[in-house]
Design a protein around this ligand. Structure first.
Ligand code: PMP
Length: 399
């Protein structure tokens, strides 16, 4: 008998499946706006100059010893400054428990496991829609999921009233997953004023905000500005959790480097929480990988490399912002009677276009344009060379 005869093939990942189909298409016109990875204006993957420089400094000088269970202390320290602010009193008071994580996904998973272990009766409120993997992560950590309103299909913006109602109606002391900036997949973020209201209501309800910050710097081009939501919650005296990723903002996708932090009531609590995060990591992967974390700590601790990084992040964000305007202008020039304002209102890597699954199918079948069926366009895949073709195709399928 076979041990595994009952194992059925897993459902295809909706995002990775798009790339497979794209690669299999022989058409010279094909365009991939499915995958959430930055491309330059020639559609090529990018390694930042600051990363190449840091790699050069590492080459030949690195031993291959293990990092501690919690990863590189230096990388973690620099990451916390980015998220909480260079002069954060919480960092001075050592109130933040933090460990290096396997990028943003690993940070979310570590937090979900921590939540299950120490607050076994808690649930997590997740926005509709969200990055699909959030559902998998909290499912596998066995934390029950609830949803809260976020996106308004008609306005293609934030459904703020419904969001606030859900925050008010959730049981006191609920856990909420918030995208710190550049919400995936919608590209819709609350305004500063709205964040303040959300924070106020969280205070009233004693909710716990867990920020997934996968795109710090990628939204506005400025990591400080993109940390605004977190800073507002900190000012208001919340305890928070935060998942950071260097996949997008440093282009370190495959290096799997990130940070999970939890702001605690005092130093003693932070020491306890950190030790427990390490205990959760130990049987899963013992300790995180060294190379990517060195790249990050070298860049962030060297003023020259850091300012070079800031320029390069801004360059990536600016290219995306300019492609948004060009795409919108092209659609308007073609005489599309529909409103495409949301393309430029939305922020970050994605445009939640409002295209229906059937329209997406037509884009793929008739025009060799690949994206997820929810109509999410990865703006990072749009270039000077393909934006006209893309606009024309979108116009054709929305006529
Ligand atoms: N959260 C969100 C919202 C994301 O979009 C992503 C990247 N697609 C991640 C987390 C994590 O990505 P990574 O594990 O590569 O850092």
């Amino acid at each position: 008998t076979s041990w595994f005869s009952h194992v059925e093939p897993a459902a295809k990942d909706p995002i990775l499946g798009v790339t497979e189909a794209f690669l299999a298409d022989p058409s010279p016109d094909k365009v991939n706006v499915g995958v959430g990875a930055y491309r330059d204006d020639n559609g090529k993957p990018v390694v930042l100059d600051c990363v190449r420089e840091a790699e050069g400094r590492i080459a030949g000088n690195l031993n291959m010893e293990y990092l501690p269970m919690g990863g590189s202390n230096k990388m973690v320290e620099e990451s916390l400054k980015l998220a909480y602010g260079e002069d954060s009193e919480f960092l001075k008071d050592k109130r933040v428990a933090a460990v290096q994580s396997l990028s943003g996904t690993g940070a979310c998973r570590l937090f979900a496991d921590f939540q299950k272990r120490f607050l076994p009766d808690s649930q997590i409120y997740i926005p509709v829609p969200t990055w699909a993997n959030h559902h998998n992560i909290w499912r596998d950590a066995r934390v029950p999921q609830r949803s809260f309103h976020y996106y308004h299909p008609e306005t293609k913006g934030l459904d703020f009233a419904a969001l606030m109602d859900d925050v008010k109606n959730a049981p006191n002391g609920s856990f909420f997953l918030l995208h710190a900036c550049a919400h995936n997949p919608t590209g819709v973020d609350p305004s500063e004023e709205q964040w303040r209201e959300i924070s106020y209501q969280f205070k009233v309800k004693n909710h716990f905000p867990f920020f997934d910050m996968a795109y710090q710097g990628f939204a506005s081009g400025d990591p400080e500005r993109d940390a605004k939501a977190i800073r507002i919650f900190l000012e208001d005296g919340h305890l928070i959790g935060c998942a950071q990723s260097y996949a997008k903002n440093m282009g370190l996708y495959g290096q799997r480097v990130g940070c999970l932090s939890i702001l605690c009531e005092d130093e003693l609590q932070a020491v306890a929480v950190k030790s427990q995060l390490q205990q959760i990591a130990r049987p899963m992967y013992s300790n995180p990988p060294v190379h990517g974390s060195l790249i990050v700590s070298i860049i962030l601790s060297d003023p020259e490399l850091k300012s070079q990084w800031l320029k390069e992040v801004k360059g990536m964000a600016d290219r995306i912002i300019s492609m948004r305007s060009t795409l919108r202008q092209n659609l308007e020039k073609l005489g599309s009677p529909l409103s495409w304002e949301h393309i430029t209102n939305q922020i970050g890597m994605f445009c939640y276009s409002g295209l229906t699954p059937e329209q997406v199918d037509r884009l793929t079948n008739d025009f060799h344009i690949y994206m997820t069926r929810n109509g999410r366009i990865s703006m990072a895949g749009v270039t000077t060379g393909n934006v006209g073709y893309l606009a024309n195709a979108i116009h054709e399928v929305t006529k």
